[in-house]
Design a protein around this ligand. Sequence first.
Ligand code: KG4
Ligand code: ZN
Length: 351
Amino acid sequence: MLILGIESSCDETGVALVESGMGGAPHGLPRLLAHALHSQIEMHQAYGGVVPELASRDHIRRVLPLTTQVLEGAACTLQEVDVVAYTRGPGLAGALLVGSGVACALAAALGKPVLGVHHLEGHLLSPFLSADPPQFPFVALLVSGGHTQLMRVDGVGRYELLGETIDDAAGEAFDKSAKLMGLPYPGGPGLAVLAEYGDPAAYKLPRPLLHSGNFDFSFAGLKTAVLTQSQKLGPAVLQEGSTIRADLAASTQAAIVEVLLKKSMAALKHTGLQRLVVAGGVGANRELRRQLNAACLKAGVRVHYPELHLCTDNGAMIAMAAAMRLDAGSQQAEHRYSFDVKPRWPLDSLA
Ligand code: KG4
Ligand code: ZN
């Protein structure tokens, strides 16, 4: 069965084709045939963040050419597609409507069913596309620009929320701190590069809720502490090549990584599970991976990540989540082209 997936929840337009059933990968999982991505980051950089209206307009321009590219890459025709999947939420309403509108229009024209996918379930299941796929059950650390959650995952659609951020997401903490250091949007990857040249112990920054005894996170206070520290340090914080700037970046990253690490290890201990899955854009952070790998090795826990290029938003994770939901029988694709979207949609409400 061929599943076309369309992602358009924020500032990346992603399209992918996945094959499940007889044509799947040797381990029985669906197989990625082709995917294509257009990032709008450069367009939004001029505004220092995502402009929703511009995002929607750009998705409209990109989605069909990307679909053609994917079909050509997989040497398939549109008529061969069995199900059209799209991101139903959470995300920007206008941006989601583009993906769902196009998916429903294509499916209606082909007489094929559609399936709306939860964006975070896409991230959560994206490590199943890697060369070293996980097995259920596992603890998932979902760290993106909009979400920071620890989940217990027992199977497709069986998600129990263990804890989440009570204010900013980890990616937001990276991005807002990076902005204070004069880095362009989204600052996370840039801050991570700067941090490699700095001393993580140079500045004492707070580790919010580290000892809260639960699995919740809070990053708003950290951003304020970075702001206060930047004001104390003066213009050197914005200066290219300055040691002060690199030290502040390294200290910020160390604070975020320590909280994510300690809470993930505590969640593993609490659940007694032996596997950790890390997904979402911040999962691309090298320092986070390095520290998690070391801690998991010591604790005898297997840790899985998506391929680096599939950490941030993409169509492959949406097609994959749809294929896994269909294979697990947890959802049917439907000939219902109402393209309703869910800009707010808790992951643990899924079945
Ligand atoms: O998952 P994603 O593409 O989008 C959302 O669903 O939000 O995540 C984007 C987030 C941004 O905040 C970005 O700065 C962060 O992931 N990010 C990183 C790195 N790469 C992406 N943060 C830290 N280090 C990185 N290497
Ligand atoms: Zn995402």
